[in-house]
Design a protein around this ligand. Structure first.
Ligand code: RP5
Length: 165
């Protein structure tokens, strides 16, 4: 149960080097007028702070988390281990393995501790998924998502018209 009024979305990242990617999530949430908080929390470098954040998020009012990390990308999984809230992982592209390392680190979770994952660097999609999760209980937000999808449809129909002319 929520005892305070944190924003519904918590965006976390393992380092400020992830920020250029994770800003895309913030931009999408801004478009939907969904508020969020943003933290740098490292599963390896600040495990205590990360755990406390995860353990208190629900009571503060956070409803869904988006977590981006690269390489040994354990942040989404460790957050998921410490909260009942849904966690959406964003595998951040790395210079050594192009983010495949991040992706596999995020998706290879043990049974019982799921983490959702979007594509490498797809923080925008993580935010859209967060909006959809929040929309389950929020008809206005769901209507906005429907309008967003209608726009997507229109965009592709226009492409089709241009190409098929
Ligand atoms: C991960 O290691 C972070 O998520 C980041 O993607 C990567 C590199 O971190 P820095 O060395 O740039 O701080 O923990």
């Amino acid at each position: 149960m929520s005892t305070s009024s944190a924003p519904p979305v918590g965006i976390a990242m393992g380092s400020d080097s992830d920020l250029p990617v994770m800003e895309d999530a913030a931009e999408v949430l801004d478009e939907f007028d969904v508020s969020y908080e943003m933290r740098v929390l490292s599963a390896h470098r600040t495990p205590g702070v990360m755990k406390e954040y995860a353990e208190t998020a629900q009571e503060r009012g956070v409803e869904v988390m988006i977590a981006g990390a690269g390489g040994a990308a354990h942040l989404p999984g460790m957050l998921a281990a410490s909260t009942p809230l849904p966690v959406i992982g964003v595998p951040v592209k790395t210079s050594t393995m192009n983010g495949v390392d991040s992706l596999l680190s995020i998706v290879q979770m043990p049974g019982g501790v799921p983490v959702g994952s979007v594509a490498i660097n797809a923080a925008d999609n993580a935010a859209l998924l967060a909006v959809q999760i929040l929309g389950v209980q929020d008809p206005d937000l769901r209507a906005e998502m429907t309008a967003y999808k209608d726009d997507l449809t229109e965009t592709v129909e226009e492409m089709d018209e241009r190409v098929s002319d």
